[in-house]
Design a protein around this ligand. Structure first.
Ligand SMILES: Cc1cc2nc3c(=O)[nH]c(=O)nc-3n(C[C@H](O)[C@H](O)[C@H](O)COP(=O)(O)OP(=O)(O)OC[C@H]3O[C@@H](n4cnc5c(N)ncnc54)[C@H](O)[C@@H]3O)c2cc1C
Length: 401
């Protein structure tokens, strides 16, 4: 391996691989690219532990547009990622998302977000409780005031397929992938000039991109920088249902979309089973290596909420569970993407919470444009920039699951 690269990407899961692909595929960039990944089994990467869903129902217009690009990219994935006749299929299920509001505040949030989504051309509809009941008669709608359903551009797909597609294509375009760990970064004035890799040693570099997921703050710290991102644990449960809930065949073929209960518990079909999780309360930062599932969340939170929402969910059996980490931005729960304002060759791709998988195509493209042109050309990521961290100014995303 060379000991000098134009771009070094720290972290080779979905964000690192997407960034590498978009850089390598950019006709105006001909530099060398190194992706350093400490664990190529990806056993603890958020990418591998994700619910792998995509939605356009966000509160920020930028996030809606990011996902609109994400969905078009997923639809065209086989063409774009073809390598030697191998055409990866992400097995996209257009299941839709269904947000339920139970309080005045939640109703207002859904209405406000709906306006933003419509302005961005998203195919979403607001339903009264009666309309919701017609679409999904098995749901208990007594405490529901409003629902928001995405007719199109929402669903779930193969997360590891997305990662492997990006990696294979980037490799075919000349990107170097290495299993190693970035353990330090070196500055000369306000420029990062080198990285130390645990096994390989020193690598000189022109740019460094922080794609280290929940470890974002650790890697930023190596450059003497701070980022308000910490690991927050989410336990996902897969369960079987004695009686499968049947909806009206006219909506989504009677299948439940990814439903977000007013309590924050979410649930979606997973093959013939279901997948569900909740946002823990309190929701504290955890150790980088703490992946013990919180088993009690099922009995104490998830199951009671689901059983209240539908009689079909009264008799259910957990088949498996796992814990993953959100890379949680404590400032505003939103992505932080772009260069540091002073250390300008250090680029962030961090703080994606529970929506980084779907945001990886647009983010990878944005960073590639920034490095190639010094400007965003396709979608303006300026509001996602690091400057707001310095100013303590929120760009709040309210539709965080
Ligand atoms: C339970 C759960 C459900 C989710 N559901 C969804 C969803 O439905 N839809 C969606 O869009 N998103 C979802 N997400 C979020 C999404 O999975 C993440 O935002 C996305 O995968 C982030 O990708 P990443 O590459 O930034 O981080 P990661 O996948 O965590 O990868 C970071 C990589 O960096 C490596 N690394 C760290 N430090 C170093 C270092 N010093 N040197 C070398 N390598 C290093 C790590 O080993 C890791 O592989 C979910 C996440 C979780 C946990």
């Amino acid at each position: 391996m060379n000991s000098s690269f134009d771009v070094v990407i720290v972290g080779g899961a979905v964000m690192g691989a997407a960034t590498a692909y978009f850089l390598a595929a950019n006709p105006d960039f001909d530099g060398s690219i190194l992706v350093v990944e400490r664990d190529t089994s990806f056993a603890q990467a958020s990418t591998a532990l994700s619910a792998a869903s995509i939605r356009v129902q966000f509160s920020s217009a930028l996030n809606v547009q990011i996902s609109k690009f994400g969905i078009s990219f997923i639809h065209d994935f086989a063409n774009l990622m073809e390598v030697d006749g191998d055409r990866p299929n992400l097995n996209f299920h257009a299941g839709g998302y269904l947000f339920l509001a139970g309080s005045d505040a939640q109703v207002q949030t859904l209405q406000r977000n709906h306006e933003v989504q419509k302005q961005c051309g998203a195919d979403v509809v607001l339903w009264t409780a009666d309309e919701l009941k017609q679409a999904f008669p098995h749901l208990n709608c007594d405490d529901i005031r409003l629902a928001s359903y995405g007719h199109a551009d929402e669903g779930w797909f193969d997360n590891m397929g997305l990662l492997q597609g990006f990696r294979a294509k980037a490799k075919s375009l000349g990107v170097t992938f290495v299993q190693d760990e970035v353990i330090d970064l070196y500055k000369d004035g306000q420029k990062i000039i080198a990285a130390d890799l645990k096994k390989f040693g020193r690598v000189e570099l022109g740019w460094v991109v922080n794609c280290s997921g929940p470890r974002a703050a650790q890697v930023a710290q190596m450059a003497g920088l701070n980022i308000p991102v910490e690991p927050r644990k989410r336990t996902t449960f897969v369960f079987d249902c004695m009686t499968s809930p049947e909806g009206s065949a006219t909506v989504n073929g009677g299948r439940l979309p990814l439903m977000i209960d007013p309590s924050g518990v979410y649930c979606r079909p997973e093959g013939k089973y279901f997948m569900a999780a909740c946002s823990p309360d309190p929701d504290r930062s955890v150790d980088f290596d703490d992946f013990d599932p919180r088993y009690e969340e099922f009995e104490e939170v998830v199951w009671p909420v689901l059983a209240h929402r539908s009689p079909a969910f009264e008799a259910i059996k957990v088949l498996r569970q796992w814990a993953g980490h959100y890379a949680y931005n404590t400032l505003d729960q939103n992505l932080i993407v772009g260069p540091h304002p002073e250390v300008t060759n250090f680029v962030f791709a961090n703080g994606f919470s529970g929506h980084g998988l779907q945001q990886s195509p647009a983010t990878g493209r944005a960073i590639a444009e920034w490095i190639a042109y010094g400007a965003y050309r396709s979608l303006d990521f300026a509001e996602a920039g690091y400057e707001r961290v310095t100013l303590g100014k929120q760009v709040l995303e309210t539709a965080v699951i």
